[in-house]
Design a protein around this ligand. Structure first.
Ligand SMILES: [Fe+2]
Length: 410
């Protein structure tokens, strides 16, 4: 990681207090992962419903391996790896960290079982807390920087844990509910419509003392032309108009690659939508629910977002336009409901260079062929969102909580 700042709780704290705050932050994040997994049975935790999704048990173990590999092995004297077989099983994509199990076969790993993974987590938890307590002052900045990345990494997997189990449950004809009490977050009230984004040169990218991932830097100037951005997210009601107008059957609305997938996959509606007795239902974390026309559309791919924008006579915002608007508090529901596709390819900011070593693989090597999403979703853990945050997925992906915000030009 090229740029590492300090966990928001820690700046300015005295060294002893800082250690206590790091332990508190560490426990909070680790507990949240277990809370999200707690309603899932051991069977639920094994399943891998597609190559892009990972089993819950794997997520719990992989984030633990991350701390073991990058924090404990290099920095805690005398640390003993919990199980020498685990790095092969739970390394995701870090080539510099050694060989690893094939991603599409993660669901075949019935052992270690969920209980073994709980023991692995406890072993690593104790060691990380020990390291926080004993790390010498002159090594503390390095250790806490890696710890901070590990915490943010685990938060990313907390979101994936939900998106992946939703995909698994959506394959089950009984429509299991991850959380029977799940409610869609309310959309912000207020006038709808488009608001002008101030044109001219603006700086985007991270600044200040808080944490960011390296892909949010360097901060740099961009030119915003005259344009307007939608205050609100696109709703299911207008998406239904797109469906009823034949949007999924009209090739002229689609990018060529998108149209190929529409045909190959038989897409007729957003992901997880099913028509039952003439009414659309959608699989949610609360099980199958009637599609709420007033709620923002979820589980659409970049291809669908782009086709919808064309249908509506609009565009998608660039990530720079989104960031400038969000910084000016012009956007309703910028965070907490749906990641918003932008028309920006996921590319390095000017002058970006990934760090040396395995952690340099975190973001940099994925900067091709994917599109940027901005904001955050209903599955994003509290405190993980940022106005400069760059999420990225391949254009056909729609198992994330991904939605649409439109833009228009003069
Ligand atoms: Fe990871």
């Amino acid at each position: 990681m090229a740029r590492i700042a300090t966990w928001s709780a820690a700046p300015g704290a005295a060294p002893r207090d800082a250690r206590a705050l790091w332990i508190e932050s560490f426990r909070k994040v680790r507990t949240e992962t277990e809370r999200r997994a707690s309603s899932l049975s051991a069977e639920d935790q094994i399943v891998q419903s597609m190559a892009d999704a990972s089993p819950v048990k794997w997520h719990r173990a992989h984030v633990t391996w991350f701390f073991e590999q990058f924090l404990l092995v290099p920095h805690l004297p005398g640390y003993e790896i919990f199980d020498e077989r685990f790095p092969f099983l739970f390394n995701s994509y870090y080539v510099a960290a050694g060989p690893r199990h094939a991603r599409p076969q993660r669901g075949l790993i019935t052992r270690p079982n969920a209980e073994d993974v709980a023991c692995y987590r406890a072993h690593v938890d104790a060691a990380v807390e020990r390291l926080i307590e004993i790390v010498p002052d002159d090594a503390a900045d390095t250790v806490f920087s890696i710890l901070e990345i590990g915490l943010n990494h685990e938060q990313q997997h907390q979101e994936l844990l939900l998106t992946d189990i939703l995909h698994a449950f959506a394959q089950n004809p009984t429509d299991p509910a991850y959380d029977p009490d799940f409610q869609m977050p309310d959309s912000a009230a207020g006038p709808r419509g488009f608001v002008p984004v101030p044109s001219g040169v603006h700086a985007i990218g991270h600044t200040g003392d808080g944490f960011c991932f390296d892909n949010e830097t360097p901060r740099h100037d961009v030119l915003i032309n005259d344009m307007r951005i939608a205050r609100h997210l696109v709703t299911n009601a207008v998406w239904l108009e797109f469906i009823e107008a034949g949007g999924y059957r009209t090739p002229s609305l689609w990018l060529s690659d998108g149209w190929t997938i529409v045909q190959a996959e038989g897409w007729q509606a957003p992901g997880y939508w099913r028509e039952t007795d003439g009414a659309w239902h959608a699989m949610t974390l609360g099980g199958s629910k009637p599609v709420d026309p007033n709620a923002p559309v979820l589980h659409v791919s970049y291809y669908e977002a782009e086709a919808f924008a064309r249908f509506a006579g609009k565009h998608l915002p660039s990530e720079a336009e989104w960031e400038v608007a969000a910084r000016s508090a012009m956007l309703a529901d910028a965070f907490g409901i749906a990641w918003q596709w932008t028309r920006s390819a996921y590319l390095p900011y000017p002058g970006y260079r990934a760090a040396e070593g395995a952690l340099g693989e975190y973001n940099g090597k994925f900067m091709v062929s994917q599109m940027v999403l901005r904001g955050s979703s209903l599955a994003t853990p509290a405190g993980h969102e940022r106005v400069t945050y760059r999420n990225f997925f391949y254009p056909p992906a729609r198992w994330q909580f991904s939605g649409v915000r439109l833009a228009e030009f003069a």
